[in-house]
Write a protein that binds this ligand. Structure first.
Ligand code: ATP
Length: 170
C-alpha cells in the first residue's frame, strides 16, 4: 500500500483597506471545482461552484515559509505584499489524482500580509494554467465564501487581528 506523503506549503491572507473597508486577495485555481455537499434532503442538482481560495504554494528546498508566501502571492495574484504576522497552520489530507495516487498529509502555514503595490490579476502567462482569476473580495465576506474551512478560519483570524490592530502594526 502506498505510504502517506507529506507536503508543506505557505501562503498569505493579503489585506488592503480601500473605500472604507478591508479587502482580501483571493484566487480561482484553473479547472478546479468545489466538491458538492451531499444532502439527503435536497434533490436539487446544484451547479458546480468554482473554488475560491487563498494564494499559497509548496515551500522550495532552502526557502523559508515566509519567503514562499511572498513569492506565491506575487506569482498567483500579481501583487507585492509585506508580511505582518503569522496567522496559523492549516492541515488537511487529500488523495493525489496524478502519478502515485498517494495519500497526502499537508500543512500550510499562513501569514497576514498588507498590500504594497501592483494590480491584482497581473500575472505571468505561464501562471494561467494554475490561476484562472485573482480578485479582491471583502474580508468579511471571505470568512463565509472561501471554499475550504481552513481558508475561512485564516480569514477570520485576519479579521480579528485587524480589529485589534487597525493600523496593522505587529
Ligand atoms: P500548492 O498550492 O500548495 O502548490 P496544489 O495546488 O498542488 O498545492 P492543493 O491546493 O493542496 O494542491 O490541492 C490538492 C487537493 O487538496 C485538491 O483536491 C484540493 O481541493 C484540496 N484542498 C486544497 N486546499 C484545501 C484545504 N484548505 N482544505 C481541504 N482540502 C484542500
Amino acid at each position: 500500500m502506498a505510504q502517506t506523503a507529506r507536503e508543506f506549503s505557505a501562503g498569505g491572507v493579503v489585506v488592503r483597506h480601500k473605500d472604507g473597508q478591508w479587502w482580501v486577495a483571493v484566487i480561482r485555481p484553473t479547472g478546479r471545482e468545489a466538491s458538492k455537499k451531499k444532502s439527503a434532503k435536497s434533490k436539487i442538482t446544484q451547479a458546480a461552484k468554482p473554488v475560491l481560495t487563498l494564494p499559497k504554494g509548496l515551500i522550495d528546498p532552502g526557502e523559508k515559509p515566509e519567503e514562499t508566501a511572498v513569492r506565491e502571492i506575487q506569482e498567483e495574484t500579481g501583487i507585492d505584499a509585506e508580511r505582518v504576522v503569522k496567522l496559523g497552520n492549516v492541515k488537511y489530507v487529500y488523495m493525489r489524482s496524478w502519478s502515485d495516487g498517494a495519500r497526502v498529509f499537508k500543512v500550510v502555514t499562513y501569514y497576514l500580509f498588507r498590500y504594497i503595490s501592483g494590480r491584482i490579476g497581473n500575472i505571468k502567462p505561464e501562471m494561467r494554467h494554475e490561476v484562472e482569476e485573482a480578485l479582491w473580495i471583502p474580508l468579511q465576506e471571505a470568512t463565509q465564501v472561501l471554499t475550504y474551512k481552513g481558508d475561512r478560519e485564516m480569514a477570520r483570524a485576519a479579521l480579528e487581528y485587524i480589529q485589534k490592530n487597525p493600523n496593522l502594526t505587529t
